[in-house]
Design a protein around this ligand. Structure first.
Ligand code: SF4
Length: 274
């Protein structure tokens, strides 16, 4: 639904190679989704480097939350997902639209990148850990069963062991279902390339391993909380005549025994143990 990015995080090359934010016209997006739904698609993901900025460049008095409401009004039984969101642009209005929605999956991919204010500032993420926590609190008020996923960078220039530990503790505080951990990758042409305090590759790999282990432990805890829960699953890849992979509305990956069903169908399941 949009291309480019205006944010200039100090580690990221995207704004330089993809240019500034450009949104597709709402009528084009809506026509494409209407056609997909008529063809039978049931799970639609809106993509953009920063979907929460959708519409700012169009001058149409229409933002991302408005677009979601218009998509919701398209007749049909389908699920809407979106990514990626920048925390600074994730608005109260968006949370309220999600809270009222029957079609938007209650899943929010909200990259935090670090759980330490000094590192966040060096990254130019323009929010603090408290501001991020406040967004999550307000999101949970509107969508109590919201599932959070995130991205985090370890070994950013100048990140101390204490900073790293603060970020690791932050994952637990939020309780993310899934966190993609990236060891900092030095990109020429970005400000962070020249930052002092570059972390040795060996330490980045060690922090990456430790952060992944923490994320996996939290994932297990979150998934254990879903045991016994009922949810809808879109059947995807068949593993045999009766077994399928798929994701629930809450983005829990599952293997489903569904005799008599086919890929593309939605079935109701009760979640077993992870
Ligand atoms: Fe933009 Fe995301 Fe890159 Fe930041 S990390 S500059 S928000 S694309």
């Amino acid at each position: 639904i949009m291309y480019g990015c205006n944010n200039f995080c100090t580690y990221c090359i995207v704004p330089y190679v993809r240019g500034r934010e450009r949104s597709r016209l709402p009528e084009d997006v809506l026509a494409e989704i209407r056609a997909l739904v008529e063809e039978g698609y049931k799970d639609i993901t809106l993509l953009g480097q920063n979907v929460n900025s959708y519409g700012k460049d169009l001058g149409l008095d229409m933002d991302f939350a408005d677009l979601l409401e218009k998509i919701e009004a398209i007749p049909g039984d389908f699920l809407i997902r979106f990514m990626t969101s920048h925390p600074k642009d994730a608005s109260q209005k968006l949370f309220e639209v999600m809270g009222k929605s029957r079609k938007i999956a209650p899943v929010f991919h909200l990259p935090v990148q670090a759980g330490n204010d000094r590192v966040l500032k060096a990254m130019n993420r323009v929010y603090t850990r408290e501001e991020y926590l406040d967004k999550v609190r307000r999101l949970r008020e509107q969508v109590p069963d919201i599932v959070l996923t995130s991205d985090i960078i370890v070994g950013f220039p100048g990140e101390t062991e204490a900073d790293f530990e603060e970020s690791r503790a932050f994952l637990k505080k939020i309780g993310f279902l899934k966190v993609h951990v990236f060891p900092y990758s030095r990109r020429s042409g970005t400000p962070a390339y020249d930052f002092p305090g570059q972390i040795h590759e060996r330490d980045k790999q060690e922090r990456s391993r430790a952060m992944n282990a923490a994320a996996e432990a939290i994932r297990k805890e979150v998934l254990a909380g879903y045991e016994g829960m009922e949810d809808d699953v879109l059947l995807e890849t068949p593993l045999s005549e009766t077994l399928f992979t798929g994701y629930t509305r809450l983005y829990v990956p599952v293997v489903v025994s569904a005799p008599g069903h086919a890929s593309g169908e939605i079935v109701r399941v009760r979640l077993g143990a992870y």
